[in-house]
Write a protein that binds this ligand. Structure first.
Ligand code: SME
Length: 161
């Protein structure tokens, strides 16, 4: 498991990315690449964004790193992704085989975290990470992934001003 030092390094690196990225789209691409390359247990890293103005609301796959997923569009009432976006809460699943909401992306996936991205208090999307290791997303990882999602939310807010 990545130690606290490594998490602190990654936190500094994503902070630098957020400061330098010209827009949220670039930031999301650079962030998924960084997290996927550097965090050894983050085996699939991607953003799903809510489709604007399209009832019923649907999550659409955005920037990602890892194997192609069959789930490029996820309704809010489906999957762990739908649960996180509709509740506005981070969802951590230590063993996806025991969660009936889970939509399989890779047979190797054992655990998953999904963190909503907020713009002015409203969910606009989410950061989804899958691991080939069970219970990969300890509270320290949860804090890091939530920080990443916050950086993207702030970048989107600064563009919307
Ligand atoms: N496992 C997710 C679907 C997305 S893939 O993991 C990339 C879910 O249950 O919503």
């Amino acid at each position: 498991m990545a130690g606290t030092d490594r998490i602190e390094d990654i936190r500094k690196e994503v902070t630098a990315l957020a400061g330098a990225a010209p827009n949220a789209k670039e930031l999301m691409q650079q962030m998924v690449t960084l997290l996927h390359e550097r965090m050894l247990k983050y085996n699939w890293v991607g953003f799903y964004m809510l489709e604007p103005g399209a009832p019923p609301p649907t999550l659409v796959l955005g920037a990602f790193e890892g194997a192609m997923t069959p789930h490029t569009r996820i309704p809010l009432n489906q999957g762990i992704c739908g649960a996180a976006a509709s509740s506005g809460q981070t969802v951590v699943v230590d063993d996806v085989s025991k969660d009936p909401r889970y939509l399989a992306c890779s047979l190797e996936t054992k655990s998953e975290i999904v963190v909503p991205v907020f713009v002015h208090g409203k969910v606009v999307g989410e950061l989804d990470i899958d691991s080939h290791f069970s219970a990969a997303f300890t509270p320290e990882h949860q804090t890091l992934v939530q920080y990443c999602a916050e950086l993207v939310g702030k970048k989107l807010e600064s563009a919307a001003r």
